[in-house]
Write a protein that binds this ligand. Structure first.
Ligand SMILES: [Zn+2]
Length: 204
């Protein structure tokens, strides 16, 4: 039987809070925030044993983490418990605070709480979509940039008017891509982090 009325408030238990946290905080984000940004392959140097090459795998979404070096592992909450020597509840509250989740155990209005969760899920999806677009565009930018360098006309080409179509295409497309990359960075609130090509200029 489902709890209704005043009792439903009790469902906002620590277990609910922990579940929400695991859904909302990707392990990679937590590791990065606490000083262990995963490398391209998704590994970090394990905070729990001494090592120089990362053997602690960070899994996507709520997949948690596992260290192949020392065998430690678990959820994002376990990570924070171990890292800061906290108990389960303290770790949940810390993540709630550090990721500004706004999930408190005694929030009176359950409807407002699920609305807030829904809003956060949408925001997360929006960011993921932008990040995917960014990765795709950055890759295209890299290829065009290389093509532009490789197909750059020599003086002889200029005289003979035989400019490589790849060069023309790259010159044509690169500024638009750079503009969009900057826009995405703005939308993600990460202005100044863009790292593609060898120029920051929008005009090349
Ligand atoms: Zn380890």
């Amino acid at each position: 039987m489902r709890n209704t009325g005043p009792r439903s408030r009790e469902r906002t238990s620590l277990t609910d809070l922990a579940g929400d946290i695991k859904r909302l905080v990707p392990m990679a984000d937590a590791a990065a925030l606490y000083g262990f940004p995963p490398n391209r392959a998704g590994y970090i140097c394990c905070p729990f044993h001494a090592e120089k090459t990362g053997s602690c795998k960070i899994y996507p979404e709520d997949g948690g983490w596992h260290c192949f070096g020392c065998g430690a592992g678990g959820s994002v909450i376990d990570f924070v418990m171990k890292l800061f020597d906290l108990n389960f509840q303290q770790a949940c509250l810390r993540l709630n605070m550090d990721f500004r989740l706004g999930l408190t155990r005694d929030e009176p209005d359950r409807a407002a709480r699920s609305e807030r969760l829904e809003e956060m899920r949408r925001e997360k999806q929006r960011r993921e979509k932008l990040e995917a677009e960014y990765r795709e565009l950055a890759e295209e930018h890299r290829k065009l940039w290389q093509a532009k360098l490789l197909a750059a006309p020599t003086e002889a080409d200029m005289t003979a008017d035989t400019i490589h179509p790849l060069f023309v295409e790259a010159c044509h497309k690169l500024p638009g891509i750079e503009y969009r990359l900057d826009e995405i960075m703005d939308e993600l609130g990460r202005r100044g982090e863009r790292q593609t090509g060898t120029t920051k200029s929008r005009i090349s």
